[in-house]
Design a protein around this ligand. Structure first.
Ligand SMILES: [Zn+2]
Length: 237
């Protein structure tokens, strides 16, 4: 696939996944965003090429800033380099672009990033409280608790720094950024959307459990066993 076709495919996929955030009830008005890495055949990820020539560097496709979900089209998505500079597209990219770019630069395995202010998960973030692993679905998907990341201002790459610092070496693909909302990562943008959906689902269930009692955490060995089974055996293989 040429870089041009890969970018076109990513525009369509990222547009479709924004609609999935709406369907799942994770976003209000223009909040939230999805991005996808487009692998170049040059030095992407951590690498920066000196001087030009050679293959294409990695790019990312992200939502335009402040455009209604109803109005999003593949063509309205914005293509940026991994420093967050727009390289193609009519609109300004999302205000979280520098943070998404920071994540792609520092986590080469990440192919997609999602951000939402989904209600239950953001309520945990507002309290600065990690969601404890008290149900098997959390052990499966997150391999433990869903951690809290630092408070960070919007606009620069500070949020991205907090996401990378919290999720590096952590099994959870989701982090609750303090007093803000959810950031998730995945090997693809679709995986990151799945993590955002599952994060909100877990946040709601554990909130309800907490409202009427004190659910006990799952023992660490059972969390490990569940996570191992889910990541190596579950589903169609
Ligand atoms: Zn936000």
């Amino acid at each position: 696939m040429t870089m041009l076709t890969a970018v076109a495919a990513a525009r369509a996929e990222v547009c479709r996944l924004h609609a999935a955030l709406v369907t799942a009830g994770l976003v209000a008005w223009t909040s939230g965003n999805v991005s996808a890495r487009v692998k170049g055949d040059g030095e992407g990820g951590m690498g920066r090429r000196a001087g030009g020539g050679g293959g294409d560097p990695d790019l990312m496709v992200i939502k335009p800033s402040g455009i209604s979900y109803d109005d999003l089209t593949p063509e309205s998505m914005v293509v940026c380099d991994l420093d967050g500079n727009r390289v193609d597209g009519e609109y300004q990219p999302s205000s979280d672009t520098a943070s998404h770019a920071y994540v792609y630069r520092h986590m080469p395995q990440v192919g997609g990033v999602v951000h939402t202010h989904s209600a239950y998960a953001t309520a945990w973030a507002a309290r600065g409280e990690a969601i404890p692993c008290v149900i098997t679905a959390m052990a499966d998907e997150f391999g433990g608790e869903i951690p809290v990341g630092p408070f960070a201002l919007i606009g620069g790459d500070e949020i991205g720094r907090g996401v990378v610092a919290t999720l590096t070496g952590h099994r959870s693909p989701a982090v609750l950024m303090r007093s803000h909302g959810v950031f998730t990562i995945g090997s693809t943008a679709k995986d990151a959307v799945k993590a955002a959906v599952m994060c909100e689902d877990a946040a709601r269930t554990v909130h309800l459990a907490r409202a009427y009692g004190n659910p006990p955490p799952l023992p660490p060995d059972q969390v490990d066993a569940l996570h191992r089974r889910y990541t190596t055996e579950y589903g169609q293989r």
